[in-house]
Design a protein around this ligand. Structure first.
Ligand code: KG4
Ligand code: ZN
Length: 333
Protein backbone atom coordinates (compact mmCIF):
# COMPACT_ATOMS: atom_id res chain seq x y z
CA UNK A 1 0.00 0.00 0.00
CA UNK A 2 1.32 3.44 -0.84
CA UNK A 3 -0.10 6.94 -0.82
CA UNK A 4 2.42 9.45 -2.15
CA UNK A 5 2.13 13.23 -1.96
CA UNK A 6 4.04 14.94 -4.80
CA UNK A 7 5.17 18.55 -5.10
CA UNK A 8 6.22 20.30 -8.32
CA UNK A 9 7.50 23.89 -8.16
CA UNK A 10 10.34 24.07 -10.70
CA UNK A 11 9.08 27.08 -12.64
CA UNK A 12 5.87 29.12 -12.43
CA UNK A 13 3.20 26.51 -11.67
CA UNK A 14 2.63 25.26 -8.12
CA UNK A 15 1.34 21.73 -8.43
CA UNK A 16 0.47 19.05 -5.88
CA UNK A 17 -0.63 15.50 -6.72
CA UNK A 18 -1.44 12.30 -4.91
CA UNK A 19 -0.66 8.81 -6.18
CA UNK A 20 -2.62 6.06 -4.48
CA UNK A 21 -1.16 2.63 -5.29
CA UNK A 22 0.00 3.73 -8.75
CA UNK A 23 -3.16 5.72 -9.61
CA UNK A 24 -3.20 9.52 -9.69
CA UNK A 25 -6.15 10.56 -7.53
CA UNK A 26 -5.41 14.31 -7.36
CA UNK A 27 -3.47 16.71 -9.59
CA UNK A 28 -3.93 20.31 -8.47
CA UNK A 29 -2.22 22.96 -10.62
CA UNK A 30 -2.14 26.57 -9.42
CA UNK A 31 -1.05 28.67 -12.41
CA UNK A 32 0.71 31.97 -11.78
CA UNK A 33 -0.84 34.63 -13.99
CA UNK A 34 1.29 37.48 -12.63
CA UNK A 35 4.09 36.77 -15.17
CA UNK A 36 1.81 37.71 -18.08
CA UNK A 37 2.39 41.36 -17.13
CA UNK A 38 6.11 40.95 -17.81
CA UNK A 39 6.20 38.78 -20.95
CA UNK A 40 8.07 35.96 -19.18
CA UNK A 41 8.64 34.28 -15.81
CA UNK A 42 10.15 36.58 -13.16
CA UNK A 43 12.00 34.15 -10.80
CA UNK A 44 11.68 36.37 -7.72
CA UNK A 45 7.91 36.66 -8.17
CA UNK A 46 7.56 32.95 -8.97
CA UNK A 47 9.07 31.86 -5.64
CA UNK A 48 6.90 34.30 -3.68
CA UNK A 49 3.73 33.04 -5.36
CA UNK A 50 4.77 29.39 -4.78
CA UNK A 51 5.07 30.31 -1.11
CA UNK A 52 1.46 31.58 -1.13
CA UNK A 53 0.04 28.71 -3.23
CA UNK A 54 1.67 25.64 -1.80
CA UNK A 55 -0.36 25.04 1.37
CA UNK A 56 -3.78 25.66 -0.26
CA UNK A 57 -2.74 23.38 -3.15
CA UNK A 58 -1.78 20.59 -0.72
CA UNK A 59 -5.08 21.01 1.14
CA UNK A 60 -7.03 20.83 -2.12
CA UNK A 61 -5.13 17.72 -3.26
CA UNK A 62 -5.95 15.94 0.02
CA UNK A 63 -9.64 16.80 -0.46
CA UNK A 64 -9.64 15.69 -4.13
CA UNK A 65 -7.93 12.38 -3.30
CA UNK A 66 -10.17 11.83 -0.25
CA UNK A 67 -7.21 11.17 2.05
CA UNK A 68 -5.81 12.80 5.18
CA UNK A 69 -2.25 13.83 6.00
CA UNK A 70 -1.94 10.75 8.18
CA UNK A 71 -2.61 8.48 5.16
CA UNK A 72 0.48 9.73 3.30
CA UNK A 73 3.37 7.22 3.20
CA UNK A 74 6.02 9.30 1.38
CA UNK A 75 6.61 12.75 -0.12
CA UNK A 76 8.04 13.10 -3.65
CA UNK A 77 9.35 16.45 -4.87
CA UNK A 78 11.05 17.99 -7.89
CA UNK A 79 14.71 18.48 -7.00
CA UNK A 80 15.63 20.05 -10.35
CA UNK A 81 16.30 21.26 -12.96
CA UNK A 82 14.48 24.55 -12.59
CA UNK A 83 14.56 28.01 -11.01
CA UNK A 84 16.42 27.79 -7.71
CA UNK A 85 14.06 30.05 -5.72
CA UNK A 86 11.03 28.15 -7.00
CA UNK A 87 12.55 24.74 -6.28
CA UNK A 88 13.52 25.86 -2.76
CA UNK A 89 9.87 26.43 -1.84
CA UNK A 90 8.81 22.92 -2.95
CA UNK A 91 11.85 21.15 -1.50
CA UNK A 92 11.57 22.96 1.86
CA UNK A 93 7.86 22.19 2.06
CA UNK A 94 8.43 18.50 1.21
CA UNK A 95 11.19 18.19 3.82
CA UNK A 96 9.09 19.81 6.56
CA UNK A 97 6.07 17.67 5.72
CA UNK A 98 8.15 14.46 5.76
CA UNK A 99 9.84 15.48 9.02
CA UNK A 100 6.55 16.27 10.73
CA UNK A 101 4.95 12.97 9.69
CA UNK A 102 8.16 10.92 9.98
CA UNK A 103 7.83 9.55 6.44
CA UNK A 104 10.44 9.12 3.66
CA UNK A 105 11.41 11.68 1.02
CA UNK A 106 11.71 10.89 -2.69
CA UNK A 107 13.77 13.13 -4.99
CA UNK A 108 12.59 13.37 -8.62
CA UNK A 109 14.32 14.78 -11.70
CA UNK A 110 11.80 17.01 -13.50
CA UNK A 111 12.90 15.79 -16.96
CA UNK A 112 12.59 12.12 -16.00
CA UNK A 113 9.12 12.90 -14.66
CA UNK A 114 7.94 14.47 -17.95
CA UNK A 115 8.80 11.14 -19.62
CA UNK A 116 7.38 8.95 -16.84
CA UNK A 117 4.04 10.79 -17.19
CA UNK A 118 3.42 8.12 -19.85
CA UNK A 119 3.00 5.59 -17.04
CA UNK A 120 -0.02 7.39 -15.55
CA UNK A 121 -2.65 6.28 -18.07
CA UNK A 122 -3.03 3.41 -20.54
CA UNK A 123 -1.67 2.60 -23.05
CA UNK A 124 1.80 2.66 -21.53
CA UNK A 125 4.91 2.48 -23.72
CA UNK A 126 7.07 -0.65 -23.82
CA UNK A 127 10.81 -0.39 -23.12
CA UNK A 128 12.92 0.57 -24.94
CA UNK A 129 11.17 3.59 -26.43
CA UNK A 130 12.22 6.97 -27.78
CA UNK A 131 10.79 10.11 -26.20
CA UNK A 132 10.92 13.57 -27.74
CA UNK A 133 10.85 15.84 -24.67
CA UNK A 134 9.96 19.37 -25.69
CA UNK A 135 9.42 22.03 -23.03
CA UNK A 136 10.17 25.66 -22.28
CA UNK A 137 13.71 24.82 -21.18
CA UNK A 138 14.57 21.55 -22.93
CA UNK A 139 14.46 19.81 -26.29
CA UNK A 140 15.77 16.27 -26.10
CA UNK A 141 15.45 12.91 -27.79
CA UNK A 142 15.75 10.36 -25.03
CA UNK A 143 16.33 6.62 -25.35
CA UNK A 144 14.29 5.21 -22.45
CA UNK A 145 15.57 1.74 -21.52
CA UNK A 146 13.82 1.48 -18.16
CA UNK A 147 12.07 3.77 -15.63
CA UNK A 148 15.29 5.46 -14.55
CA UNK A 149 17.69 4.16 -17.20
CA UNK A 150 17.52 6.93 -19.80
CA UNK A 151 20.06 8.30 -22.27
CA UNK A 152 19.88 11.63 -24.09
CA UNK A 153 20.74 10.82 -27.72
CA UNK A 154 20.05 14.30 -29.11
CA UNK A 155 19.36 17.75 -27.68
CA UNK A 156 19.25 21.44 -28.47
CA UNK A 157 22.54 23.26 -28.64
CA UNK A 158 20.88 26.58 -27.73
CA UNK A 159 17.18 27.51 -27.36
CA UNK A 160 14.44 24.98 -26.58
CA UNK A 161 11.44 24.37 -28.86
CA UNK A 162 9.13 25.99 -26.27
CA UNK A 163 11.35 29.08 -26.31
CA UNK A 164 11.04 29.20 -30.11
CA UNK A 165 7.25 29.29 -29.65
CA UNK A 166 7.36 31.83 -26.80
CA UNK A 167 9.90 34.15 -28.45
CA UNK A 168 8.02 34.09 -31.75
CA UNK A 169 4.88 34.99 -29.82
CA UNK A 170 6.73 37.92 -28.27
CA UNK A 171 7.79 39.14 -31.74
CA UNK A 172 4.11 38.89 -32.73
CA UNK A 173 3.14 40.85 -29.59
CA UNK A 174 1.16 37.92 -28.15
CA UNK A 175 1.15 37.54 -24.34
CA UNK A 176 3.25 35.01 -22.40
CA UNK A 177 3.24 32.00 -22.59
CA UNK A 178 2.88 32.26 -26.35
CA UNK A 179 2.97 28.56 -27.28
CA UNK A 180 -0.75 27.87 -26.70
CA UNK A 181 -1.72 31.11 -28.54
CA UNK A 182 0.42 30.30 -31.57
CA UNK A 183 -1.26 26.88 -31.59
CA UNK A 184 -4.71 28.53 -31.49
CA UNK A 185 -4.01 30.94 -34.37
CA UNK A 186 -2.18 28.25 -36.36
CA UNK A 187 -5.36 26.19 -36.50
CA UNK A 188 -6.92 28.92 -38.67
CA UNK A 189 -3.89 29.59 -40.90
CA UNK A 190 -1.99 28.17 -43.88
CA UNK A 191 1.13 26.28 -42.70
CA UNK A 192 2.79 26.72 -46.10
CA UNK A 193 2.21 30.50 -46.39
CA UNK A 194 5.79 31.41 -45.37
CA UNK A 195 9.02 29.42 -45.31
CA UNK A 196 11.77 29.85 -42.71
CA UNK A 197 15.37 28.67 -42.90
CA UNK A 198 15.80 25.21 -41.42
CA UNK A 199 18.82 24.87 -39.10
CA UNK A 200 21.52 22.54 -40.44
CA UNK A 201 22.72 20.74 -37.31
CA UNK A 202 24.61 17.44 -37.22
CA UNK A 203 23.53 14.17 -35.59
CA UNK A 204 20.32 14.14 -33.56
CA UNK A 205 20.81 17.63 -32.14
CA UNK A 206 18.70 20.75 -32.61
CA UNK A 207 19.20 24.52 -32.76
CA UNK A 208 16.46 27.12 -32.53
CA UNK A 209 18.30 30.40 -31.91
CA UNK A 210 19.05 31.15 -35.60
CA UNK A 211 15.52 30.10 -36.50
CA UNK A 212 14.10 32.65 -34.07
CA UNK A 213 16.33 35.39 -35.50
CA UNK A 214 15.24 34.52 -39.04
CA UNK A 215 11.62 35.02 -37.97
CA UNK A 216 12.47 38.38 -36.40
CA UNK A 217 14.19 39.63 -39.60
CA UNK A 218 11.38 38.29 -41.78
CA UNK A 219 8.73 40.14 -39.74
CA UNK A 220 10.76 43.38 -39.66
CA UNK A 221 11.23 43.26 -43.45
CA UNK A 222 7.53 42.64 -44.06
CA UNK A 223 6.52 45.41 -41.66
CA UNK A 224 8.63 47.92 -43.60
CA UNK A 225 6.43 47.26 -46.63
CA UNK A 226 3.18 46.88 -44.68
CA UNK A 227 2.99 48.17 -41.06
CA UNK A 228 -0.12 46.00 -40.51
CA UNK A 229 1.58 42.82 -41.70
CA UNK A 230 1.28 40.98 -38.36
CA UNK A 231 -2.35 41.87 -37.73
CA UNK A 232 -3.40 41.01 -41.29
CA UNK A 233 -1.54 37.69 -41.47
CA UNK A 234 -1.37 36.48 -37.87
CA UNK A 235 -2.97 33.09 -38.50
CA UNK A 236 -0.74 32.31 -41.49
CA UNK A 237 2.42 33.44 -39.67
CA UNK A 238 1.56 31.26 -36.64
CA UNK A 239 0.69 28.27 -38.82
CA UNK A 240 3.94 28.60 -40.81
CA UNK A 241 6.15 29.00 -37.73
CA UNK A 242 4.47 26.07 -35.99
CA UNK A 243 4.78 23.93 -39.13
CA UNK A 244 8.52 24.73 -39.39
CA UNK A 245 9.17 23.88 -35.73
CA UNK A 246 7.30 20.58 -36.12
CA UNK A 247 9.28 19.74 -39.29
CA UNK A 248 12.59 20.40 -37.48
CA UNK A 249 11.54 18.17 -34.56
CA UNK A 250 10.15 15.38 -36.73
CA UNK A 251 13.17 15.17 -39.01
CA UNK A 252 15.42 14.29 -36.06
CA UNK A 253 12.86 12.03 -34.42
CA UNK A 254 12.58 10.01 -37.65
CA UNK A 255 16.37 9.83 -37.87
CA UNK A 256 16.57 8.57 -34.26
CA UNK A 257 13.88 5.94 -34.88
CA UNK A 258 15.92 4.57 -37.81
CA UNK A 259 19.27 4.74 -35.99
CA UNK A 260 17.97 2.93 -32.92
CA UNK A 261 15.54 0.74 -34.83
CA UNK A 262 12.72 1.63 -32.44
CA UNK A 263 9.08 2.10 -33.38
CA UNK A 264 7.73 2.87 -29.88
CA UNK A 265 7.71 6.68 -29.95
CA UNK A 266 6.53 9.10 -27.25
CA UNK A 267 6.38 12.88 -26.82
CA UNK A 268 6.47 14.74 -23.52
CA UNK A 269 6.79 18.25 -22.05
CA UNK A 270 4.76 21.41 -22.49
CA UNK A 271 5.10 21.59 -26.28
CA UNK A 272 3.59 18.10 -26.57
CA UNK A 273 0.28 19.88 -25.87
CA UNK A 274 0.62 21.43 -29.35
CA UNK A 275 -2.22 20.25 -31.59
CA UNK A 276 -0.09 20.37 -34.76
CA UNK A 277 2.63 18.23 -33.17
CA UNK A 278 0.07 15.76 -31.84
CA UNK A 279 -1.62 15.42 -35.26
CA UNK A 280 1.69 15.08 -37.09
CA UNK A 281 2.76 12.31 -34.75
CA UNK A 282 -0.53 10.47 -35.26
CA UNK A 283 0.02 10.67 -39.03
CA UNK A 284 3.58 9.38 -38.62
CA UNK A 285 2.22 6.39 -36.73
CA UNK A 286 0.26 5.37 -39.82
CA UNK A 287 2.96 6.32 -42.34
CA UNK A 288 5.93 4.72 -40.57
CA UNK A 289 4.17 1.98 -38.62
CA UNK A 290 5.11 3.62 -35.31
CA UNK A 291 3.29 3.03 -32.06
CA UNK A 292 2.94 6.56 -30.67
CA UNK A 293 2.25 7.72 -27.12
CA UNK A 294 0.87 11.21 -26.52
CA UNK A 295 0.14 12.32 -22.94
CA UNK A 296 -3.24 13.65 -21.83
CA UNK A 297 -3.20 17.49 -21.84
CA UNK A 298 -3.01 17.84 -18.04
CA UNK A 299 0.20 15.76 -18.01
CA UNK A 300 2.00 17.67 -20.82
CA UNK A 301 2.79 21.01 -19.15
CA UNK A 302 4.29 21.10 -15.66
CA UNK A 303 2.23 19.08 -13.18
CA UNK A 304 2.82 17.11 -10.00
CA UNK A 305 1.01 14.04 -11.38
CA UNK A 306 4.20 13.19 -13.27
CA UNK A 307 6.28 13.71 -10.10
CA UNK A 308 3.88 11.43 -8.21
CA UNK A 309 4.14 8.58 -10.74
CA UNK A 310 7.95 8.88 -10.84
CA UNK A 311 7.90 8.95 -7.02
CA UNK A 312 5.76 5.80 -7.00
CA UNK A 313 8.34 3.93 -9.08
CA UNK A 314 11.05 5.03 -6.65
CA UNK A 315 8.88 4.12 -3.67
CA UNK A 316 8.62 0.55 -5.03
CA UNK A 317 12.44 0.39 -5.00
CA UNK A 318 12.59 2.11 -1.56
CA UNK A 319 14.81 4.74 -3.22
CA UNK A 320 14.66 7.54 -0.63
CA UNK A 321 16.79 10.60 0.19
CA UNK A 322 17.72 12.15 3.54
CA UNK A 323 16.78 15.50 5.07
CA UNK A 324 20.12 16.98 3.90
CA UNK A 325 18.85 17.02 0.28
CA UNK A 326 18.86 20.41 -1.47
CA UNK A 327 17.46 21.64 -4.81
CA UNK A 328 19.56 21.72 -7.98
CA UNK A 329 18.91 24.39 -10.61
CA UNK A 330 20.94 22.26 -13.02
CA UNK A 331 20.57 18.56 -12.47
CA UNK A 332 22.37 15.67 -14.15
CA UNK A 333 20.03 13.69 -16.38
O1 KG4 B 1 6.95 21.57 -19.63
P1 KG4 B 1 6.53 23.00 -19.46
O2 KG4 B 1 5.18 23.28 -18.85
O3 KG4 B 1 7.56 23.80 -18.59
C1 KG4 B 1 8.93 23.57 -18.67
O4 KG4 B 1 9.41 22.62 -18.02
O5 KG4 B 1 9.56 24.36 -19.43
O6 KG4 B 1 6.62 23.69 -20.90
C2 KG4 B 1 6.26 25.02 -21.10
C3 KG4 B 1 6.39 25.33 -22.58
C4 KG4 B 1 6.22 26.82 -22.88
O7 KG4 B 1 7.27 27.22 -23.75
C5 KG4 B 1 4.87 26.87 -23.59
O8 KG4 B 1 4.75 27.93 -24.51
C6 KG4 B 1 4.87 25.54 -24.29
O9 KG4 B 1 5.40 24.63 -23.35
N1 KG4 B 1 3.51 25.13 -24.69
C7 KG4 B 1 3.11 25.01 -25.97
C8 KG4 B 1 1.73 24.66 -25.95
N2 KG4 B 1 1.35 24.54 -24.64
C9 KG4 B 1 2.47 24.83 -23.88
N3 KG4 B 1 3.78 25.20 -27.12
C10 KG4 B 1 3.10 25.04 -28.27
N4 KG4 B 1 1.79 24.69 -28.32
C11 KG4 B 1 1.08 24.49 -27.20
N5 KG4 B 1 -0.22 24.15 -27.27
ZN1 ZN C 1 8.58 20.95 -17.48
Amino acid sequence: MSVILAIESSCDDTSVAICNNGKITANVIANQTIHQNYGGVIPELASRVHQQNIVPAVQQALIDAKVTKQDINAVAFTRGPGLLGSLLVGVSFAKSFALALNIPLISVNHMHAHILAHFIDDPKPNFPFLCLTVSGGHTQIVLVKDYFDMEIVGETLDDAAGEAFDKTAKILQLPYPGGPLIDKHAQKGNPLAYKFAEPQIADLNFSFSGFKTSILYFIRKQEKENPNFIAENLNDICASVQHSIIQILMKKLKKAAVEYNIKEIAIAGGVSANSGLRNTLQNMAVELDWKVYIPAFQYCTDNAGMIAIAGYQKFLKQDFVGQEVSPMARMEF
